[in-house]
Design a protein around this ligand. Sequence first.
Ligand SMILES: Nc1ncnc2c1ncn2[C@@H]1O[C@H](COP(=O)(O)OP(=O)(O)O)[C@@H](O)[C@H]1O
Ligand SMILES: [Mg+2]
Length: 274
Amino acid sequence: MGSIISVVNFKGGCGKTTSALNLSAALCNEGKRILAIDNDPQGNLTAALGYTPAEQKRTLANLLLAAIDYPEELASHIGHTIIHTDSGIDLIPANRRLADAAARLQVMQLSQYNAFGETDRCCEKVADSLMPFLIDAYDYIIIDCGLKHELLTVNALAASDFCIIPVQSHFLASEGIPDVLDLIRSVQAKFNSKLKIAGILLTMYQSRPQLCRSVQESVREIYGEQFHVFERPIEYSIKVAECPAAGQSILAYEPRNPAAESYRSLAREVLILG
Ligand SMILES: Nc1ncnc2c1ncn2[C@@H]1O[C@H](COP(=O)(O)OP(=O)(O)O)[C@@H](O)[C@H]1O
Ligand SMILES: [Mg+2]
């Protein structure tokens, strides 16, 4: 059975999409069968894999809506939605229509409250209901989360075995982490007791500035007892920022880049999670 991993943080630009893409690529290079799910209406992961979000007719939004309205048709919808990308990674794409699906989840949430929680359908577990159709075909399902639409992130976490929290190395250590930890704890308590934090991943690391090193030290100091901090921070490299425009991972774009090695190191740590 495959593992489901969400990449999550409520801080924008901390490297969630970059890490979802490159972790997927690194695991794919290890011979693993990978499904990447774009769970952000911005569609950045879809674009980074070489597909124009606005042109996608079948997306995660269709699957979430089908899971709500026509669960009996889900299997055929899923088959038509998965893109087999040239990279070897399979993709469920996203675009702005995912925001409509998020709005629909919110309407469900309101009616759940009105029914005092006594409904058979729970707006937080819609993404989870897709997983039985996917999990046998993949070794890892990697979900790239967005910033807005907390219910989409809750859905990803409620469906996941693990989450990875990317943190930009030159920000204060606590940036974004407390908020995301609160959400993870709440999902663990209410919807998914098997959810584990795989670790905190330092991104955009520059070995030169002292600040990065001190952030790395303080992240380990503050969180190292509680959570794993991945061994190797992801180096800052302009090549990493360039490769989404080429529709490639850094592993394909410049395999010898230090950041590519760091994502391979992350993949090795992920492989031993199970
Ligand atoms: N290691 C890195 N080196 C250089 N630029 C990076 C690196 N990681 C991410 N970026 C760039 O930083 C920006 C934000 O990264 P992104 O992964 O999109 O963050 P998020 O998904 O958390 O919003 C993007 O332009 C991306 O290309
Ligand atoms: Mg993103």
